[in-house]
Ligand binder design. Structure first.
Ligand SMILES: Nc1ncnc2c1ncn2[C@@H]1O[C@H](COP(=O)(O)OP(=O)(O)OP(=O)(O)O)[C@@H](O)[C@H]1O
Length: 261
């Protein structure tokens, strides 16, 4: 099913921010390999460096130590090669553009021809089950639909890697459940490699092939758990002993990291 090629490789990544209050060790000696087709969740308490690590992969931050390799390139080269799409916590759609217009914007900036843009927009709207909504404005859509539109926007230029920073954090649980199911389906269909930041243990366990538990001060990885769950995951899998055991293992990992002391 997966071909297990490493697409993201972090070797002893450190990132220290110099602040007025002294140095903040946002990441310390973070080493991780993400293989092609992996769904990797990053979980841990506030300030453990989840967002900073994702931003480092996306070349939005520069490590102060270590080596990071994305698709065999430096993060900056990978950014220029459009190796990934990035989904932020807030949908960030322009209210004066339609949904199709919002998805089109990065494609316009990248210089895709009009006919190509049209095709891509139709394809990604279908992928996130928003076919028929391209002509609507963001404010005409629910929060969950807006977030799906922002995922479509990140998928439109067909990068192999999708980086998602707590994309469903602001949504209520029922909508979140539905989007989790939809995201898994999308991942199965597209075989993308996904890096996903979350605060939710059930969300991490439900979605991931690999769960990375992090701890703050300094931000570091304390545990990496490979999921034994099958790729096919109906929501009811959350009631199975395997799921509950895995959630327990993640919770223990968080506790061992003393993150919630
Ligand atoms: N630009 C910056 N300048 C200074 N410190 C920063 C900067 N960005 C992040 N930090 C600090 O680095 C640490 C890690 O932050 P980060 O946002 O990566 O954590 P997080 O695990 O994503 O937290 P949250 O769950 O709250 O989003 C925190 O202590 C944060 O205050």
């Amino acid at each position: 099913m997966k071909n297990h090629l490493p697409v993201i490789h972090a070797d002893n990544i450190s990132l220290t921010f110099q602040t007025a209050d002294g140095p903040v060790h946002a990441l310390k000696d973070v080493s991780l390999t993400i293989n092609q087709g992996d769904f990797v969740s990053f979980i841990g308490p506030s300030g453990c460096g989840k967002t900073t690590f994702l931003r480092t992969i996306a070349a939005l931050e520069t490590p102060t130590g270590g080596v990071l390799d994305v698709n065999g390139m430096t993060p900056d080269q990978a950014r220029k090669a459009r190796a990934y799409g990035y989904v932020f916590q807030a949908p960030g759609l322009y209210p004066w553009r339609t949904i199709a217009g919002n998805i089109s914007l990065p494609l316009e900036i990248m210089g895709f021809a009009k006919a190509d843009r049209k095709q891509r927009i139709a394809r990604v709207l279908d992928l996130v089950e928003l076919g028929g909504f391209g002509g609507k404005f963001p404010w005409q859509l629910s929060g969950g639909m807006q977030q799906r539109a922002s995922i479509a926007r990140a998928l439109a230029f067909d990068a192999d890697i999708l980086l998602m920073d707590e994309p469903f954090g602001a949504l209520d649980e029922i909508v979140r459940d539905r989007l989790n199911e939809a995201l898994l389906e999308l991942w199965r269909k597209t075989r993308k490699t996904i890096g996903f930041v979350t605060h939710s243990i059930p969300e991490a366990v439900y979605l991931s092939t690999k769960i990375v538990v992090m701890s703050p001060r300094p931000g570091r990885i304390t545990k990496i758990i490979d999921s034994p769950l099958p790729a096919e995951r109906p929501l009811e899998i959350r009631d199975t002993p395997e799921f509950i055991a895995l959630a327990h293992e993640v919770r223990e990992g968080l506790r061992e990291g003393h993150g919630y002391d």
